[in-house]
Design a protein around this ligand. Structure first.
Ligand code: HEC
Ligand code: HEC
Length: 317
């Protein structure tokens, strides 16, 4: 009997410990942790089939492998899915820069009929109807879910997605050496010959501006990019310069996913007219062929591959 009683007390104690362990995540719930849950939450799409991470896969540097991604009811997005890494403090979001904060950006895919197709009021209602989410919003924001705190939670999570752990960073910090090919590639990348650094600079390799690299001719290539937002003729065919961190894992490339490999992409830059002969409004830096040798092109690719932060790549690849 005594033995039984001890066992009972012991079980009770274990129960209490177990209970407090399960409860723990709730007490340390932060804005960013809530944002992470929401980023993976399918109830934020009309038919509960799609979450942000359906297109922005955490193990593919928050991009996917398709030229156009699949939203609700099998609809395809109008543009290629970019990574959402290194989005902190960018002045613009989307290829055409139509959002200027992460808060503003985050609600757009939820509403977008090609992506998640859910009015925000309905999204908020679903969260408040869920006892789990209602509790989390109360803990984090001391309030029910609403449009503003929903956007704030996404932004807080995305602000944590910075990449600083690549071979390139190790080289910058004098921890690792680049291979000869990577080092040659770095130098060509920076050179006046290749001109990559004219547009891809700062820590994340972007000028945070809009440039026309020759992918608009009004016919087969007819996404006019920034022009759709500003209606300024000078913006025809301009797209936001994407950062290049983790670029080796986010194929296919460009707003329309037209290049499957970095090799193809660098060959395009070398002589844009070979692929888009009659482009409109191309940047002066790319008007003439660059004249890069095959070796220089290969070296640039080797350099680009040093920009991968392994934390955001599939473990087994
Ligand atoms: C169906 C696929 C899909 C879903 C779902 C989706 N996105 Fe996207 N995302 C895209 C595409 C495509 C773009 C680029 C669109 C454009 O530039 O016009 C994009 C762009 C972005 C950008 C801007 C990136 C940049 O470089 O400017 C951010 C940030 C982002 N998405 C976050 C989110 C969040 C947060 C969610 C969930 C609330 C989400 N996305 C859901 C496909 C998707
Ligand atoms: C005049 C400015 C400019 C120059 C010069 C330039 N880029 Fe770009 N780059 C851009 C813009 C703008 C885009 C996005 C275009 C689009 O999506 O249609 C881009 C896209 C890319 C992408 C694809 C990014 C993605 O996520 O899809 C890579 C990789 C890239 N550039 C590498 C390079 C390299 C390497 C060079 C030098 C050989 C170079 N760029 C020169 C502006 C430039």
């Amino acid at each position: 009997m005594k033995y039984l009683k001890t066992t009972f007390l012991l079980l009770l104690a274990i129960g209490f410990i177990g209970f407090s362990v399960i409860e723990k995540p709730a007490t340390v719930m932060t804005k960013a942790a809530l944002g992470k849950l929401l980023f993976n939450e399918k109830i934020l799409s009309k038919d509960s089939s799609i979450s942000c991470s359906s297109c922005h896969h955490p193990d593919l540097a928050f991009a996917d492998t398709l030229p156009y991604s699949v939203g609700i009811n099998g609809k395809l997005t109008k543009r290629n899915t970019p990574s959402v890494l290194n989005m902190k403090n960018r002045p613009y979001y989307f290829f055409d820069g139509r959002a200027s904060s992460l808060q503003e950006q985050a609600l757009m895919p939820i509403r977008n009929p090609d992506e998640m197709g859910l009015p925000i009021q309905e999204a908020v209602q679903r969260l408040n109807n869920s006892s789990f989410y209602n509790k989390q919003f109360q803990l984090v924001f001391k309030s029910n879910a609403n449009e503003k705190n929903l956007a704030d939670a996404f932004a807080a999570y995305e602000n944590t997605l910075e990449t600083t752990d690549s071979k390139f960073d190790d080289w910058s910090n004098n921890i690792k050496k680049l291979s000869p090919a990577e080092e040659r590639g770095r130098q060509v990348f920076l050179s006046d010959k290749a001109k990559c650094f004219d547009c891809h600079f700062q820590v994340d390799f972007t000028d945070d501006g809009f440039k026309n690299i020759g992918l608009f001719n009004g016919k087969e290539w007819n996404d006019s990019g920034r022009y759709l937002i500003t209606n300024n003729i000078q913006d025809i065919g301009k797209f936001k310069t994407p950062g290049l961190r983790n670029i080796a894992v986010t194929a296919p490339y460009m707003h329309n996913g037209m290049f499957k490999t970095l090799e193809e992409l660098v060959e395009y830059y070398n002589n844009t007219k070979k692929i888009v002969p009659n482009s409109v409004n191309i940047d002066h830096a790319l008007k003439e062929p660059l004249g890069l040798s095959k070796q220089e092109q290969k070296d640039i690719v080797a350099f680009l591959k040093t920009l991968t932060d392994k934390r955001y790549v599939k473990k087994n690849s």
